[in-house]
Design a protein around this ligand. Structure first.
Ligand code: GLU
Length: 315
């Protein structure tokens, strides 16, 4: 069972509040200093530089109940993350989503004949993905979603379209934690219902696990000294570190394989295979690489080769 922390005693709460204020001040001063020296702000995806995906008009997928409903509605409802820099991030001012996962969602929509500009993006946390697909709240899900056999009992997976690996994020001045073996007795934060949470629980039981709905809450807790490390996929952690390079760093080597898939309703094999085809086509025609370079590539990691699609048989 995921364990959520107990309410904090007043003294700790006050200390937390003070630290938050101090941190806010440091960030403000740092921002002011940057401005003075004229250094550019941290680069995020620029809407003008994102690829355009041609809508595959005339495409039909009548074997897929999910596609038929979406077509009638005129757009897909897609589940994503909103707090993962370079992957799936929502601009609080405009409400617009950006990132590599968002681009993957868009190219798939276009290949399946529905205008990507009309996608209704819905933020769904890691623990709620399977339910959202099962109850029809979303048509497909693109949000750092690891393909594995347990989840395949509940949902279907197209892809993979990217290969990540579990890693660790710590404060920049942390010297003791270099890998998962150093986590004994340390407070480690991850998201409820995620594979990184489960791996720490099973393989590193001496770590003191703390769970929240999202990794951004974990990162807040790391910055305010409530936890000692945040663990999830390297692709996610690199984004947080890039946004606060003076405060945070990713340490050690990835210690798992996290192949990212597109979640679909379990029985809609027609949709799953059509998304496999769409991914393959977009990898071949250069859209995948363009999308990567305009989003995740901004974190400084050059585009890898996409992993081979695993078109597993319907069961
Ligand atoms: N890829 C891992 C998972 O699917 C961690 C990232 C996430 O929670 O989305 O559980």
């Amino acid at each position: 069972m995921p364990h959520t922390p107990h309410p904090r005693p007043a003294a700790r709460r006050i200390r937390g509040a003070l630290l938050r204020t101090a941190l806010a001040l440091v960030l403000l001063l740092a921002a002011a200093a940057c401005g003075k020296e004229g250094s550019p702000p941290v680069k995020g995806p620029e809407p003008g530089k994102l690829p355009q995906y041609a809508v595959n008009t005339g495409f039909e997928l009548n074997d897929s109940p999910t596609w038929r409903k979406a077509r009638k509605r005129g757009h897909f409802n897609v589940g994503v993350k909103e707090d993962q820099p370079y992957l799936g991030e929502k601009d609080p001012a405009t409400g617009l989503y950006s990132g590599f996962d968002i681009e993957i969602a868009r190219m798939v929509s276009a290949s399946l004949g529905l205008d990507p500009a009309r996608i209704d993006f819905r933020t769904i946390a890691s623990a709620n993905r399977e339910t959202a697909l099962q109850n029809g709240q979303i048509d497909y899900y693109v949000g750092t979603y690891t393909i594995n056999d347990n989840r395949k009992k509940l949902v279907g997976f197209a892809g993979p379209y990217y290969l990540a690996g579990q890693s660790l994020l710590v404060r920049a001045d942390e010297d003791d934690i270099k890998g998962p073996r150093d986590l004994d007795g340390k407070r480690v934060c991850s998201a409820t219902g995620s594979t990184p949470y489960q791996r720490i629980q099973q393989d590193y039981p001496k770590a003191e696990l703390v769970a929240y709905d999202t990794y951004s809450i974990c990162v807040d807790n790391l910055l305010t000294y409530q936890v000692d490390a945040v663990t999830t996929d390297d692709a996610i952690l690199i984004g947080y570190a890039a946004k606060a390079p003076d405060e945070l760093k990713v340490v050690g080597k990835p210690f798992s394989e996290e192949p990212y898939g597109i979640g679909v309703p379990r029985d809609d094999n027609a949709l799953r295979f059509a998304i496999d085809d769409a991914l393959e086509a977009n990898e071949k025609n250069g859209n995948w690489k363009k999308a990567y370079d305009a989003t995740l590539g901004l974190s400084g990691v050059p585009a890898p080769e996409p992993p081979p699609i695993d078109r597993y048989p319907a069961s």
